[in-house]
Write a protein that binds this ligand. Structure first.
Ligand SMILES: Cc1cc2nc3c(=O)[nH]c(=O)nc-3n(C[C@H](O)[C@H](O)[C@H](O)COP(=O)(O)OP(=O)(O)OC[C@H]3O[C@@H](n4cnc5c(N)ncnc54)[C@H](O)[C@@H]3O)c2cc1C
Length: 505
């Protein structure tokens, strides 16, 4: 098998991976990813923006209070404090890397308000193309750093172990499928989320939970697996991924109505359409259970400014909708995983020499429900902290590398073929089970049934199907976590929890 030895291996070229790579001077970094430039990744799709308490009268403490409230008691207060305190330095750092945030006529950062934020504190870059603008800036910056090398066209399938430590990954080169062993002193997972485990999702096709599945297989501690955020307003068009209709549009005044034209959120929550995401998504789900189609009426917003929200307008036009004159049909879709590889405040996992940042990691900042525009921020704040912690002084020699072995969760014979192929029938079934039983509304019976069906799907998966096996294992672990949490909490809503209504509208 072909083998390369590297210093720091960063798996993933989204905002988190690029930030970590740019923040670790003195180390030689290899960034592994399927495609370059990283366009079809969650970071590049982010429309809403990035939160930071930069406005007059705002403060990290107010930002932290909103973050904690959205997280429904499941946040790590220490991680939230860091996120909010280091937000402004993170924005300055992004500008130093070449990003440019939208400004008002008098030169100040233009600030927007999004759901569950008490203040206007969301910055945009390039209007509703913030993620693409930030990703492009960091990618350009990283290309200029001689110690950062990109290895595109590679998909990681398993972590490598060297005794108790993680020592790189086993990857496959595309399209040949040639296995490649990348032995690293430090391995950073920055592989993003897992929305593609669900039938309906806003996440790109690369967001299959691979990094989390690899960490689980290797025995890393993983936390908060049951907490999945469903975005209330994806375009009801049947595409995969489902185009997102950004929350910022509701922040700007768009309202949700049912087919009868009723603005149903008014009676559900004092903040109506700007209630926390889980509340809005659940109410849309309830309405659809009653047979209603749901629409976002953005005519007043988009009609008033022809240049506003270009990504939303483009997605609508693609599906024959003129959102200046017509209401936009919307559905909820799996959007963000609050859980992930358990890490400390600098991204260190429970396994020696394995690190994680971005959506694949669980720092505890999001608790049971992420506050809008906090995830780009988390990727940058904690990516920077991780990079700084990878100081040259912390390096150790590889040791006897002959004992480096891949961890696929089963005894994977090194010589046996590993395939990128994922059995289509099982994959579709997995996504359906996740949507139906581990979706917006859950019950003990549904979770038990989903868990049992996942176990049945695992039977007979062949040894070469490492990716599918990893995803099924991850799905099983998510069901197990959801079963263990009997009470509703944030995005984890149990219909069989009698207190759910009182605690969460
Ligand atoms: C449509 C959409 C809109 C959003 N809007 C916002 C917003 O406005 N504000 C906000 O804060 N958050 C938003 N989010 C969430 C936010 O974009 C993500 O949480 C964040 O960008 C995650 O960054 P990341 O670097 O961890 O992952 P990603 O950006 O997804 O990058 C993951 C990287 O890992 C690579 N990868 C995955 N698997 C493998 C593998 N097996 N081998 C090698 N490489 C692999 C991918 O190709 C990619 O390069 C949005 C998400 C979506 C989907």
């Amino acid at each position: 098998m072909h083998r390369d030895d590297v210093d720091v291996l960063v798996v993933g070229a989204g905002l988190a991976g690029l930030t970590a790579a740019l923040s670790a001077p003195g180390r030689r970094i290899t960034v592994l990813c399927p495609e370059l430039p990283p366009a079809e990744v969650a970071s590049a799709l982010a429309q809403g923006g990035i939160a930071a308490a930069v406005g007059e009268g705002d403060s990290p403490a107010l930002h932290a209070a909103d973050t904690l409230a959205a997280g429904a008691g499941a946040c790590s207060a220490a991680a939230v404090d860091i996120l909010c305190a280091e937000a402004v330095p993170a924005i300055h750092w992004l500008e130093g890397q070449g990003a440019s945030f939208d400004r008002t006529a008098d030169g100040r950062w233009a600030l927007h308000r999004e759901a569950a934020h008490g203040r206007a504190r969301v910055l945009h870059a390039g209007g509703d193309a913030t993620g693409a603008a930030l990703s492009a800036a960091l990618y350009r910056a990283a290309r200029k750093v001689p110690t950062i090398e990109f290895r595109p066209g590679c998909v990681a399938v398993a972590l490598e172990r060297h005794g108790a430590a993680v020592a790189g990954v086993l990857a496959l080169e595309m399209p040949s499928g040639r296995p490649l062993r990348l032995v690293a002193r430090d391995t950073v997972l920055a592989t993003g989320g897992l929305g593609q485990l669900y039938l309906h999702t806003t996440n790109p096709l690369t967001a299959c939970g691979d990094g989390l599945a690899m960490a689980l297989a290797a025995g890393a501690r993983c936390d908060g697996l049951e907490f999945v955020q469903f975005h209330p307003t994806a375009l009801a068009c049947g595409d995969n991924p489902t185009p997102l209709i950004t929350e910022a549009l509701r922040g700007a005044g768009a309202v949700l109505v049912n087919a009868q034209g009723e603005r149903f959120m008014l009676t559900v929550h004092p903040d109506a359409e700007l209630a926390p995401r889980d509340v809005v998504a659940r109410e849309i789900w309830r309405q659809t259970q009653r047979g209603h189609r749901i629409y976002l009426d953005a005519r007043a917003v988009l009609g008033a400014d022809a240049s506003a929200f270009p990504s939303v307008r483009a997605a609508c036009v693609k599906h024959g909708i003129d959102a200046r004159h017509e209401r936009i049909p919307v559905v909820p879709a799996a959007h963000y995983h609050m859980g992930g590889v358990g890490v400390d405040l600098v991204g260190r996992s429970s396994l020696e020499r394995l690190w994680a940042c971005g959506e694949v990691a669980h720092t505890g900042v999001h608790g049971a429900n992420r506050l809008a525009s906090n995830s780009l921020l988390e990727a940058v704040v904690f990516g920077r902290r991780l990079g700084a912690a990878l100081a040259p002084s912390g390096r150790q020699p590889h040791g006897d590398e002959s004992s480096v072995v891949p961890v696929t969760g089963d005894a994977q014979d090194e010589g046996s073929a590993i395939s990128l192929a994922v059995d289509g029938r099982r994959w579709v079934e997995l996504r359906r089970l996740m949507w139906e039983h581990l979706g917006i509304a859950r019950s003990g019976a549904g979770l038990e049934s989903g868990h049992a069906q996942i176990v049945a799907l695992e039977t007979g998966v062949t040894a070469d199907q490492v990716r599918l096996r990893g995803r099924l294992r991850l799905a099983r672990a998510m069901f197990a976590s959801a079963l263990a949490r009997h009470e509703s909490c944030g995005a984890h809503y149990r219909t069989d929890d009698p207190g759910a209504g009182a605690r969460s509208p």
